[in-house]
Design a protein around this ligand. Sequence first.
Ligand code: SF4
Ligand code: SF4
Length: 231
Amino acid sequence: MVNNKIEASLLKLKERWKIDENVESILLGKRKAKDIQVEVNGVIFHIPMLDNLYILWKCLWPECHNCCKNQARLPLTIVDIVNISKCLNIKKNELVSKECRIAEWEEQEPFGPSVMITMPVLKRSESESNIDDGKPIKCRFLNEKGYCKLHPSRPGCCKLYPFTSWITLQNNRPIINATFQFDGNCPGFYATSSIEEMKSILEEYAKIIIEYNNAVSRTTREGYASITIIE
Ligand code: SF4
Ligand code: SF4
């Protein structure tokens, strides 16, 4: 079944960008990609493959800042709370009580179970409330030149995009997995025959993904967030 939200985002995206037809067919659920697993520096990346073509990604910033213009939610880890409170020159508890709200949402892990997440989320607009949760809106920290006003302290979830990551257990050992978030907001995906051209990006993101997972674990250990498997 086609996800209407993705279809609507994709239609908007196509007003400005040329979208690879292989990528479009996967996003619209018209064709199912094979899952190719590639280990890079301790992270298992699940890369989609269609007709011997890898679906890869390259960020088109500064021409594009579509992810910041259509931001659905900004969950903060304890590392983000420390860094952003320094950046905004306010105390950590002030950041959480005034600039964040506590959100609870269900997330389907790719290739895994559903989880219920409760975390502080940074308000994308000053008036953001719980009814805006998950709805794409322009982030208040995006300036008119396409820069993030919080940079280099932007939230870990922004650094992670367009990847999403989750943990599986193998012989009781946690394995970090990652794949693309196909939310229809990023024009950076393309199809190609060689995965080599994305090697340096995967290496860079493996580090970001490991740091993000460590930060999320610390956030739950310190009681700022909870993540529960619900099926
Ligand atoms: S939407 Fe994709 S291409 Fe555009 S800035 Fe964000 S990550 Fe880069
Ligand atoms: S916090 Fe910065 S990087 Fe994240 S969505 Fe807002 S403008 Fe973009």
